[in-house]
Design a protein around this ligand. Structure first.
Ligand SMILES: Cc1cc2nc3c(=O)[nH]c(=O)nc-3n(C[C@H](O)[C@H](O)[C@H](O)COP(=O)(O)OP(=O)(O)OC[C@H]3O[C@@H](n4cnc5c(N)ncnc54)[C@H](O)[C@@H]3O)c2cc1C
Length: 410
């Protein structure tokens, strides 16, 4: 314990409590140094998914869990730059992980939200609106049929009711998804963080993973960590869960053979707020593009009823570029005008951006989440989560459940 205390002070590790674990000593021919801390589960990334996984694994008695996050606060990247929508799970191929985990995640989330009072949410419901256009109307009919197949409730609104309920909305047909909702994602992350700490798990902020190798002693991994003072030290972990969002491909590629490297694309979405008189009580989504690169530039509400529009789609090279391009205001106004004709471009104002970690390159077809232990490459206990874009927030609890199952006896 003395060794720990000394190193913790030196490295300014923000552990919530000292980790009572074994310390491994052995030499390594790489730049990775002698490990000073040993844990059973190391989770890389303190977004909503990493936090949910860490919380889940920390329920295991007698096992140590450490989450490392490179930023000075949790959830500063994709997890706090999204639409905060609890998705119903109706858009993706029926047999995809996105469908399965979204539906399961939504159910787990609603049952959590109704049992705790600390996470604001609202089951507002969503309208998917088709214009007087055969392709859009047939899309809604197919979506309704598909929803039935996967047992997610949707129904068509009688046309006479559309403008009675939502006077600002222009639509020929409306498919209602009553299980869609919104939540406060920061409160959800805060909930995971508190539970993780209560259950004995640890969090190290400002700690960036810079390399990983297999432990020369056989089982487990040596993880090189860089802290905010740029000093390096090494952690040994029996299992490593890579939940590093936009950087998860880089983390995975430290260990995978080059022929099996992952590649993520960074796809920015802009959001614009609205200061005009438009009011709606539902989330309003247009019919999405065919390749599902997103679910359309939609209208979302926050929990105070404030309207925002977004996100659009912009492939870019830099995973850290959150700049908001005002030029996009014209294309936004055009996209939104189709379902809210009274929208005025001058009332739109730049709000924020988020970046999707996408496996799908420009013009390519749908890609599913990748959540797998890399056993095929001899990497037992190394679990990668790649391409965790939407509906990752909705699926955070079911993804954690899946990772828990993958690591059942580990
Ligand atoms: C525009 C947009 C809208 C969306 N809307 C919705 C929605 O309405 N509903 C929904 O369900 N989902 C939505 N999503 C998806 C959802 O936001 C994500 O799936 C979810 O936030 C992913 O969480 P995460 O923990 O995997 O990733 P992140 O939140 O990105 O967390 C990863 C963390 O890893 C850390 N990290 C990276 N590299 C390292 C390293 N080397 N060492 C240590 N730490 C590291 C990062 O700093 C980061 O904090 C949306 C996404 C976007 C971009």
């Amino acid at each position: 314990m003395k060794l720990f205390s000394a190193r913790l002070i030196k490295h300014n590790v923000h552990f919530t409590r000292p980790i009572l674990s074994r310390v491994f000593y052995f030499s390594s021919s790489t730049t990775i140094t002698v490990p000073e801390i040993s844990v059973d589960y190391l989770i890389i990334g303190g977004g909503v998914v990493g936090l949910s996984i860490a919380e889940r694994l920390s329920r295991r008695k007698g096992k140590s869990v450490l989450l490392v996050e490179k930023n000075s606060r949790l959830g500063e990247e994709t997890s706090s730059r999204n639409s905060e929508v609890i998705h119903a799970g109706i858009y993706y191929p029926n047999d995809s992980l996105k469908t399965r985990l979204c539906i399961r995640g939504k159910n787990l989330l609603y049952s959590l939200l109704s049992s705790v009072s600390s996470i604001p949410f609202s089951r507002v419901g969503k309208w998917i609106v088709a214009q007087d256009n055969e392709a859009e109307i047939s899309y809604l009919q197919n979506l309704h049929k598909k929803s039935k197949e996967i047992q997610v409730e949707t129904y068509f609104l009688p046309q006479t009711k559309i403008n009675l309920i939502e006077p600002y909305i222009n639509a020929k047909e409306v498919l209602v998804s009553p299980t869609t909702g919104i939540l406060d994602s920061h409160s959800l992350m805060n909930y995971f963080e508190c539970k993780l700490k209560d259950q004995g798990g640890d969090i190290a902020l400002k700690h960036k993973v810079g390399n990983i190798i297999k432990s020369p002693q056989g089982k487990g991994y040596l993880i090189q960590i860089e802290n905010d003072k740029s000093s390096l030290f090494t952690i040994y972990s029996k299992n490593v869960i890579n939940s590093a969002g936009l950087f998860s491909d880089k983390i995975a590629n430290y260990l995978l053979p080059p022929a099996h490297h992952y590649k993520l694309y960074y796809v920015k979405g802009h959001y614009f707020g609205y200061r005009g008189v438009v009011k709606t009580n539902h989330l309003i989504y247009p019919v999405p593009p065919k390749n599902l690169v997103n679910v359309g530039t939609h209208l979302t509400l926050d929990l105070s009823g404030r309207i925002r529009f977004g996100p659009d789609v912009l492939y870019q090279d830099d995973p850290d570029d959150y700049s908001l391009n005002d030029d996009r205001i014209d294309s936004f106004a055009d996209a939104v005008k189709t379902y809210i004709p009274s929208i005025k471009k001058e009332n739109l104002y730049p709000d924020y951006t988020g970046i999707r970690p996408k496996l799908q390159g420009p013009g390519e077809p749908f890609r599913d989440f990748i959540i797998k232990e890399e056993i095929d490459h001899g990497l037992e206990g190394f679990v990668n989560l790649i391409g965790i874009e939407s509906p990752g927030l909705t699926s955070s609890l079911s993804i954690a459940e899946m990772v828990d199952e993958i690591l059942l006896d580990k």
